[in-house]
Structures are given as structure tokens and as C-alpha cells.
Design a protein around this ligand. Structure first.
Ligand code: CP
Ligand code: NVA
Length: 303
């Protein structure tokens, strides 16, 4: 499959059909990997730019390119002339002459928009302060594997209304999944994202985790301190009310699954008994970053 969009910066670039096709294609690539994938990206190179640390995103993109017959170059900011003042626009134009795709993890989302405007090759958001679309592709693949469908499901997001939560809203809007978000006052997701997606989604915002989790098929949280929002004082606003404990989980459906993008802080946003317990699917979720990103790379990089 080939996507219509040149870039993937938020998920809002995809149609519901493309989103569903990407998930199904990821499941096919995962099965095919057992005997080796076809070299769909032979002679193609991905440039990876990291302004922030990463374990999963870095390793899954690089491994994914390798498994599809291509190559990835990893650049941290200090490796690049960007750190000495070369413009984002000139960097994008230069990379477009050598490589076939840029994946960037940045602080300010506008850096991705500038890369996108000045490059002739696709730009993929590997996390910004505002969004984490690749994570949500992996989350929905995991939900499809575990639940077999999207329609009729309810996701409860409990904790910080952060970058991953913003992308979760787009994911639910694309797949017709009901979303209930419980955050403390002042920690809600981006109002513009809610407004943009509002007409496509059954979304409910509350400060009550019990209300959000009731009848949920999927319970999701993330760290209370993101890379860009690291003040430890934030934690006091969440604990104990928003912590995912076994008691809180018992209010979801009996067969509910627990998800977390990782890295996790045990006994902070989630107890060990939940993240290491039978309802947790976090390792499948982490693995699925590899498969969904391969589907994305193969669908977004032009011949
Ligand atoms: N979930 C995620 O993006 O992990 P990394 O920060 O390790 O890439
Ligand atoms: N919200 C977290 C996600 C890390 C993958 C952060 O931005 O640090």
C-alpha cells in the first residue's frame, strides 16, 4: 500500500481506511518476519534525528529498515551542523539529496513542520512535545491483536493528558473507538486536538478515574513526567488518585488489557502488580513499534 500523505506528523494526515490498512499490513509483516521480510526498502536510507533520548523508537526504526533491506543513519543533535546554527530548512534540503526519509524526535513540534516544508522526502514524527503518532499505530495494532476489532471498544486514558494522549485522540477518531480521559484539572490534552477530532469521536473528559475506567476494554497510562515536562512536583497532582492499581483495574471489564508506551515508572503511574501482571500487554505493545513502523516506512517511502 502507498499512503496519500507525504509526511506523518500527527496521524490526522491519515484517512480511517489508511489507518486500518496500516494496522492490517503491520500484522502481515509481523507474520512474514518469521521467514524473513521481502526487501521492500532495498537501497533506501532513513535519516534519524534525535533531539531527545530514546530506546524503543531508535532501535525499532533502525532494525525495521534493516529487516526491509534498507539502512538507517542515527544522528543526535550534537553530531549535526544544526547544533552550530545551520537552519532546519537547509538541513532538510541537504538530507533530501542523500536519503529517502527523515524520522525526527524533537522538542518543539514546529521543527517537524519546518522539516516537512523544506524536504522533498517524507518526514515521520518520532515524538514531539505535542504528539507521538508512531506509538499509537503500535497501540492500535496491539488492540487489534488482542481484541480482534476496534468497533464497540472503549479505551480509558488515565493520568497526564500529554503528547501520547493527544495522538490517542486521533487514533480513536480514526478507528471509531470510544475514549474516556481522566486527568487532574490543568493536565487535560490539547483543546485543539479535541475540537478537531470531536466530530469523529465519542470522547469524554473527566477528573474521575473511576468514571473513565468503567466498562473499559483497554486501560492506558503514561509517565507523569515526560522528557519535556520533567518537574517531579507534578507527581503529587496524580498520586494516589490516578495511579493504575489492581483495585482501579478491577473497575474495568474483566478481560480489559493494560497498556503503557514505556518507559514506565513502577509505583508511580502504575503499580508493579498491574504492569507485570496478567492483564498487561506492554511487551507486545513495545514489539509492535517495529512492525507498525515497517508498515509505515514501506507505505510512505516512494520508489
Ligand atoms: N515509547 C517510546 O517512544 O519509547 P522510547 O522513548 O524509548 O523511544
Ligand atoms: N510522554 C513521554 C513519552 C515517552 C515515550 C515523553 O514525552 O517523554
Amino acid at each position: 500500500m502507498k499512503l496519500k500523505t507525504k509526511d506523518l506528523l500527527t496521524l490526522a494526515e491519515l484517512t480511517p481506511k489508511e489507518f486500518a490498512q496500516l494496522i492490517d499490513y503491520s500484522i502481515i509483516l509481523k507474520k512474514e518476519l518469521k521467514n524473513g521480510n521481502k526487501p521492500l526498502l532495498k537501497n533506501k536510507t532513513l535519516t534519524m534525528i534525535f533531539q531527545k533520548p530514546s530506546t524503543r523508537t531508535r532501535v525499532s526504526f533502525e532494525t525495521g529498515m534493516y529487516q526491509l533491506g534498507g539502512h538507517a543513519i542515527n544522528l543526535s543533535l550534537q553530531d549535526m551542523q544544526l547544533s552550530r546554527g545551520e537552519s532546519i530548512e537547509d538541513t532538510a534540503k541537504t538530507l533530501s539529496r542523500y536519503t529517502n526519509c527523515i524520522m525526527a524526535r524533537v522538542y518543539d513540534h514546529s521543527v517537524l513542520e519546518k522539516l516537512s516544508q523544506s524536504s522533498s522526502i517524507p518526514v515521520i514524527n518520532g515524538l514531539s512535545n505535542s504528539f507521538h503518532p508512531c506509538q499509537i499505530l503500535a497501540d492500535f495494532m496491539t488492540i487489534k491483536e488482542k481484541k480482534g476489532k476496534f468497533k464497540g471498544l472503549k479505551i480509558a486514558w488515565i493520568g497526564d493528558g500529554n503528547n501520547v494522549c493527544n495522538s490517542m485522540i486521533y487514533g480513536c477518531a480514526l478507528s471509531d473507538v470510544k475514549l474516556s480521559i481522566a486527568t487532574p484539572k490543568g493536565f487535560e490534552p490539547d483543546k485543539t486536538v479535541i475540537k478537531e477530532s470531536g466530530k469523529f469521536i465519542d470522547i469524554d473528559l473527566t477528573t474521575d478515574p473511576l468514571k473513565a475506567i468503567k466498562n473499559a476494554d483497554v486501560v492506558v497510562t503514561d509517565t507523569y513526567t515526560s522528557i519535556h515536562n520533567n518537574d517531579p512536583k507534578r507527581i503529587k497532582k496524580f498520586i494516589p488518585k490516578y495511579q493504575i492499581t489492581q483495585t482501579l483495574m478491577s473497575n474495568a471489564k474483566n478481560d480489559a488489557i493494560f497498556m503503557h508506551c514505556l518507559p514506565a515508572k513502577r509505583e508511580s503511574e502504575v503499580t508493579s502488580s498491574v504492569i507485570d501482571g496478567p492483564q498487561s500487554v506492554v511487551w507486545d505493545e513495545a514489539e509492535n513499534r517495529l512492525h507498525t513502523q515497517k508498515a509505515l516506512l514501506a507505505s510512505i517511502i516512494r520508489a
